[in-house]
Design a protein around this ligand. Sequence first.
Ligand code: SF4
Ligand code: SF4
Length: 121
Amino acid sequence: MSDLNTAMIEKYRTSFLKEVEANVEEGEWVKMCMQCGVCSGSCPLGKFWDHPPQEIFMMIRAGKREEVLTSDAMWMCTSCYNCIVRCPRGLPITTSCTASRTTRSASVWCRRTSPPPSSPS
Ligand code: SF4
Ligand code: SF4
């Protein structure tokens, strides 16, 4: 990654994103989401969520901590893995959903459901 890319990532890294990266296993992947919407479109239950997976990643990056942690979205995930199979960047989306449940009760995101193919630098 170039110095310019690294500088821009740091410029827009909110405190909530830093919190997720520090405490969530695979949390470093959140910044890699390109907001294509494939995960939300592939999720069989996404249309019933207050915030589908794509929006959750956007909200984390936007620093909307309370909105994410009070969302019911993560409780709707059935771990069917449609999103992970189709995500063009291989984000561990299911991990984020299930880990969010832990965060709401223990303030630590740690649950792991599946490893991504490799970690971003
Ligand atoms: S694993 Fe969860 S978020 Fe992903 S498609 Fe299935 S229900 Fe939706
Ligand atoms: S499919 Fe992957 S890259 Fe696209 S919005 Fe969902 S998490 Fe982001």
